[in-house]
Design a protein around this ligand. Structure first.
Ligand code: SF4
Length: 191
């Protein structure tokens, strides 16, 4: 069957062909479209947590029969002036942060000299963090500088905020760290 370019672009021939001589099956294509995985899903807005570019994400979720929320898909938000729907390879795998079978789901600890990591509770991890922060701060706190000036600073700990911090989280983290006397503060968005 001969098809002119104009007929092809007009679609009249294509719609009449079904399992088409053009090499694709329009009927099947429509069926596939009707079974889109994200059809009817709830769309939530988020931001990629990986780097300082701050690409906007759309997350598609749906409630399952047993009341749980299933994450179906994460993709770039086309309305974002930052990424206009695009994601780099890292951001494009953001779904795996939630659903990967290799995802680490609890804090892990490797004791000094040990060769193996072990799963620990959040209480253990937070206690350990607090103890180490206190020990480092006590060891490296400088009350006065070489000129005798009062400085009250902790030189032995550095803090880096993440790109996914909200303004409030960044403000709060900075307050806590400054309260401990830290002077080495950085934010991933500036790196
Ligand atoms: S998608 Fe890529 S470029 Fe965008 S914020 Fe995530 S890691 Fe950065």
């Amino acid at each position: 069957m001969d098809i002119t370019r104009r007929e092809f672009l007009g679609g009249t021939v294509v719609s009449g062909l079904g399992a088409s001589a053009l090499g694709f099956d329009v009927v099947r294509a429509r069926m596939v479209k009707q079974r889109l995985r994200i059809e009817g899903a709830t769309v939530s807005h988020s931001v990629c947590p990986y780097c300082a570019v701050g690409c906007a994400l759309l997350a598609y979720t749906r409630k399952t029969g047993d009341g749980k929320v299933e994450l179906l898909q994460i993709e770039g938000n086309p309305d974002s002036p930052v990424n206009e729907g695009r994601l780099c390879p890292k951001g494009a795998t953001a779904l795996q942060l939630a659903v990967s079978s290799r995802r680490v789901t609890s804090p892990r600890y490797r004791a000094a000299g040990a060769s193996e990591w072990k799963d620990v509770s959040w209480d253990f991890a937070l206690d350990k963090l607090a103890q180490n922060i206190k020990a480092s701060r006590d060891r490296t706190f400088v009350a006065t500088d070489a000129g005798g000036n009062t400085v009250n600073r902790c030189e032995g700990i550095a803090f880096a905020g993440g790109a996914a911090f909200s303004s409030e989280e960044g403000y709060f983290a900075t307050k806590v760290m400054r309260g401990l006397g830290l002077i080495h503060l950085e934010q991933q968005a500036r790196v």
